[in-house]
Ligand binder design. Structure first.
Ligand SMILES: Nc1ncnc2c1ncn2[C@@H]1O[C@H](COP(=O)(O)OP(=O)(O)OP(=O)(O)O)[C@@H](O)[C@H]1O
Length: 722
């Protein structure tokens, strides 16, 4: 683990302004003072921590990078704060730009100029072959009736060449278009995933997991389909070029008959346009109904034990039933619209064909038109018929794609990006440049190319305030007059003026009744949210001067329900350092320190045993110890234990408590516990009530307070125990 020591930090303190390329908001960083330069305390503390080396061996390395989502908020920061946010713009201008735009898609396509050129050339080639066929059909009839003095074999050999060239051009066109589009899609998927990752925490409060995964799977899926389903004959660009080419040829062959077919095309387009307008809401409703099905299913399966324990299967079935009925209804509505359009298109085309037979036939009879041209006309009518129908289908696909892009943009542009996380991540990605091909998919080229100067400006401002981890090893953490309301409930002030100092290397316990705001304080310390007023400092530095990826390294959280990934035990422990190649020895060392090694080696595949979804194949105590091993490996200076042992039985609790005692050594620790017996030995106990720290002191100091809240809580718990 690399640490930047505080005395190596360089501090430039001018007032700096920068613009966030994702929003029009202007941010200012002002007067950044230097943090403490001492490193001696941290060096002492290192003696108590397991020494995890960082060898190059690649044992438990995640191929996909994952990041702690630690979003910021649009906080109003008090006048003493070093970081000011000047948000002069209206709320509308704070919206982040569309994640997918047609300009972006075009620029992504332009990265494949050669393939594009080949696609255009082969499209012209296959369209020319297709459009030449009716002319040759006409000539064929003229040769047969002797109206054309040309040997039949010569004509047939030219037709043969057309028949060979057309599939060759088609193959080249389809292969190149598919390759280009797959490349565009991978870039879009990377951008959408990245944009979701860097949203603020309230975004994840607002949207359900199913809705977000739906953006990446079904919505981006229909963007993909618009090309992959439209490269065949009579669809997409081929249909478009055939319609255009056919109309030109018809006018060249017979200016009298051509307007009839023009009318036909116009009629079809008119009906297609009406169809397009009327079905946009139907498409949207269908997409929404699909998302709620997957939402309902994933919620049911992820809470299967709760469902079972309440015999909730019938209720879940009824909920799922109503979702699929809704989906079925919208699907039928959609199908009705589609079929009505098909029928209308066909009727319009048949009427036009009939008119052509009558008019063209009479002209041939009157000697104004040759049989060959009439035969060609009939051929072109069919070409046009299929091409126009194909175009209508393509319009349908395009409409679904527009709806999908609109849905993606409306979800991802309506909210604000967590700037601090976004910049930190950008920096990390570029540090990792070259080390992993996968990460290149997530580079934001707009960001790096157009905004590189501003971006660097911002980053240098952040860098000047130092390394969050290094500073946190040496300094106290202070919450100074912290006020906070959750963004989704701005009217309810959960914290109103919290003042609390967590002394470096000591244990602070946070107790209080349910709903008092304890977990909210944890969320602020982890910077999942930022205070709406007041500030949190480390060694006197406002934590907002560290980018969030940096800050995430400084804080470890072990809570009651640790989340494990559905990979092996070893990989879960190695996730403590997700960006590093962690050796198996280090993983084992961490597991031993967390009292987890013995149970891990008794598992069927030891460290390679899969833990199941969210660690469901392990017991609560085992999951807890793996989480502790992961935190030990992370080796962060700030440790938060949020009811870490409350769900365990006595034996597990002892094992976990021993591991926690080791983990807490030398770290600035905040322990939240309802069972007051577990926090008696803390260096200080803070009692949180109504969003404030009502009492602060050691266990005995607080007990000694007459009519004290802590003393009465202890009394109540003792009574409950007796
Ligand atoms: N994401 C959220 N959005 C809106 N309100 C929230 C959110 N999370 C918590 N709250 C509200 O904030 C208040 C404080 O909650 P918090 O979880 O901090 O309490 P707590 O002291 O940790 O309670 P407990 O001991 O029961 O865990 C509660 O009224 C809760 O309803």
């Amino acid at each position: 683990m690399a640490y930047a020591t505080a005395n190596l930090l360089h501090f430039s303190t001018p007032r700096i302004q920068f613009r966030n390329p994702y929003s029009s908001r202007t941010l200012k960083i002002v007067n950044l003072p230097p943090p403490s330069s001492s490193i001696s305390h941290r060096q002492q503390l290192k003696l108590f921590r397991p020494n995890f080396t960082k060898p190059g061996r690649k044992r438990f390395h995640f191929s996909t990078e994952a990041y702690v989502a630690a979003p910021a908020s649009d906080s109003n920061i008090n006048s003493e704060s070093k970081l000011e946010e000047s948000n002069s713009s209206s709320s509308d201008t704070n919206r982040s730009p569309n994640v997918i735009s047609w300009g972006l898609i075009w620029s992504l396509m332009l990265r494949h100029k050669l393939r594009l050129a080949i696609s255009i050339a082969t499209l012209i080639g296959c369209t020319t072959c297709t459009l030449s066929m009716p002319i040759f059909s006409g000539q064929f009839f003229e040769v047969l009736i002797g109206a054309r003095p040309e040997p039949l074999w010569k004509l047939l050999s030219r037709i043969g060449v057309l028949y060979i060239m057309e599939p060759i051009f088609t193959i080249c066109f389809v292969i190149n278009m598919t390759t280009i589009w797959e490349n565009v899609m991978i870039a879009l998927r990377g951008r959408v995933f990245r944009r979701i990752l860097i949203q603020k925490a309230e975004f994840f409060d607002r949207y359900k997991v199913g809705e977000l995964t739906g953006l990446i799977t079904s919505d981006l899926g229909s963007v993909k389909d618009v090309v992959s389903e439209n490269t065949s004959r009579d669809r997409g660009f081929r249909a478009l070029s055939e319609v255009g080419g056919t109309i030109c040829i018809l006018f060249a062959l017979s200016p009298q008959l051509a307007p009839l077919l023009g009318l036909l095309t116009l009629s079809v387009s008119f009906f297609a346009a009406i169809y397009k307008r009327s079905t946009i809401p139907v498409f949207k409703a269908h997409g929404k109904a699909q998302a709620s099905i997957s939402d309902c299913a994933s919620e049911t399966f992820s809470a299967i034990r709760t469902v079972r324990s309440f015999s909730g299967e019938k209720r879940q079935m009824s909920m799922f039933g109503s979702q699929i009925l809704g989906y079925q209804a919208s699907g039928i509505k959609l199908g009705t619209f589609k079929s009505a359009n098909e029928a209308v298109t066909r009727v319009v085309i048949y009427i036009s064909l009939l008119a052509l037979y009558c008019l063209g036939g009479s002209k041939v009879k009157a000697g104004e038109l040759s049989v060959g041209v009439m035969a060609s006309f009939i051929g072109y009518t069919f070409t046009l018929t299929f091409a126009v129908q194909g175009l209508v289908n393509t319009f349908g696909d395009l409409r679904a794609t527009f709806a999908a892009v609109e849905r993606i943009n409306s979800v991802l542009s309506g909210t604000e990006i967590d700037e601090s996380l976004a910049y930190g991540l950008e920096r990390e990605l570029h540090k990792k440049e070259g080390s992993s091909g996968n990460l290149e998919l997530f580079y934001d080229n707009d960001f790096t190319e157009k905004n590189v100067a501003l971006n660097e400006h911002y980053m240098s401002a952040l860098k000047s305030s130092g390394n969050g981890c290094g500073v946190a090893w040496n300094g106290d953490i202070s919450l100074e007059d912290v006020h906070f309301s959750y963004p989704l409930r701005p009217d309810v002030e959960v914290l109103n003026g919290i003042n609390l100092t967590l002394k470096c290397g000591t244990i602070t316990a946070l107790v209080g009744s349910s709903g008092a705001g304890k977990s909210t304080i944890v969320q602020l310390l982890a910077r999942f949210y930022e205070p709406t007023r007041g500030r949190i400092t480390v060694a006197g530095e406002d934590v907002r001067t560290f980018n969030k990826t940096e800050w995430a390294r400084a804080v470890s959280i072990v809570n009651q329900e640790p989340v494990l990934f559905s990979v092996s035990v070893g990989e879960n422990i190695a996730y403590g350092l997700p960006d590093d190649d962690v050796s198996k020895e280090d993983v084992i060392k961490a597991a031993k320190a967390a009292n987890a090694h013995d149970f891990i080696i008794s598992l069927p595949q030891g460290y390679n045993t899969q833990v199941g979804e969210r660690g469901g194949l392990l017991s609560g105590g085992q999951r807890q110890r793996i989480a502790i091993a992961r935190a030990l490996l992370k080796d962060a200076p700030i440790l938060i234990l949020d009811e870490a042992t409350s769900a365990l039985d006595t034996v597990s609790e002892r094992l976990v408590q021993d591991a926690l005692n080791l983990l807490m050594k030398g770290r600035t620790t905040l322990v939240i516990a309802h069972r007051l017996s577990t926090v008696q030995n803390a260096h200080q106990i803070a009692l949180c009530s109504d969003g404030k720290i009502a009492e602060l002191g050691t266990h005995f100091q607080l007990l000694a307070k007459k009519n004290g809240l802590y003393a009465s809580l202890v009394g109540t718990q003792r009574l409950a125990f007796e």
